[in-house]
Design a protein around this ligand. Sequence first.
Ligand code: SF4
Length: 464
Amino acid sequence: MSNLDIVDKKIQIQGHGIKISPALKQRLNQEGYYPVALTWIADDITGPFSFTGYGDQATPFELRHADGGYRVFKDNKFFVDATFYKKPAFFNRLHTPKGLDMEAENTIFIDEGMSGAITPKGIVSDAETITTPCGGTQRVGDTITTPCGGTQRRDLSLDRNSEVYKFTKGRFPYVTVACYNGLVIWPAWGCLYTKNHTQCKFCCVPGDYNEHKLLHTDPDYWTNLGDAFAAAVDEIGDEIGQVSLTVDSGTLPGRDKGASTYIKVLDTLKERLGHLPDLLYRRAVIEPPLEFEWLDQLAAAGYTDVQMDADVYDEKERRYVMPNAKGFRKIDDYIKAFRRAKEIFPGEVATQLIVGIQSDENLLKGVEHFASEGVPTLVTPFLPFGHGRNWQATGEVDVPSPERMKRVYGRAAEILTKYNVNPPQFRGGVSSLAETMGRRLRRARALTNPIDLARERETTLLAA
Ligand code: SF4
């Protein structure tokens, strides 16, 4: 199958999400897969990452195990073969805030224990169960008083219109593998704007701001982050140079917008390893700090790339969609930050705009404006996770159709070509712009399941 076919299929699935039954998820886990995103080994493309469909929206796509492998069916007809990344051992290292172990929290959405697999809701049979004082079983959730008088956590699936939410119980992976062959470190899941109840309407991080999400405030976090990263480097071995590192978080309080915390991440890794490994890139995803000197400090700390997401281009639309300091930040300010960043970062300076939450024409004006500054735009579809799901429920926005995405990717690709700007290095399951423009990334074998490596060997032998 040609790359173009797979890109096309990826965009189709992305527009709908995909069903995976709890039994199949269990099988994937048992086989050592890490079901964060569909991938296609031969073409090395990373695909969509919603495995429950989008909320109540029906999806024609379903994953099945058939003929010795994983295959996607569309309306019960074979659509495409697919597989997943291997689940690395270092992923088992999870941060648990002290004293909060097994306490129910407001953080939901982490499916398969993985930050990248943000799903709008879990599935009943996936929920953990515990034995109640009365001898029955009860799914873990909030606390209730049981019929026999003890206290018992309540399954919140019984509330919230019978939807089922998964709980992280405060456990967050120190280092995750994102759906783009890269490592990701989130020093905080909370965001200042969520705290102020002015979160962006499309924000994929659900729930309220709470201290459990501010991992960087816990001294243990830093010690164990260093250890988890050392384990990741060890496990990936010689291929570490093919793997990227991204540091991301919600916007943190302060004029630096979190830059000092990002710097501490690289300092911690350096301290633990004695050096910073040569990765494909070391990228900070951050709102532009109010003083651009922070950009110099990020570069000096060892970041090679920076991504400052504008998300929405038109000023009026920005203020509506992001009713916070970010939304009121002028695009001109972003342009100034890009210019400064381009002078000091050796790698890529990029941004993001989201399709489905603004007019396509305005979005493409943004792609052109940024490209004229030499800055590529990661064009991504709106997906209804977290707060975005509530917004979708109002009927005001929806997941853009595959046809719309293809149109926008096509025009964005033309613009980048016109300005001689490469597609963004970072791409992942959430954008197909880079693949539309023919860009591929070599997949690390250290992140490939041995089952797939064996299958690949077999195919090579047969071909020879
Ligand atoms: S989208 Fe980002 S900046 Fe906006 S509320 Fe969510 S985490 Fe904060």
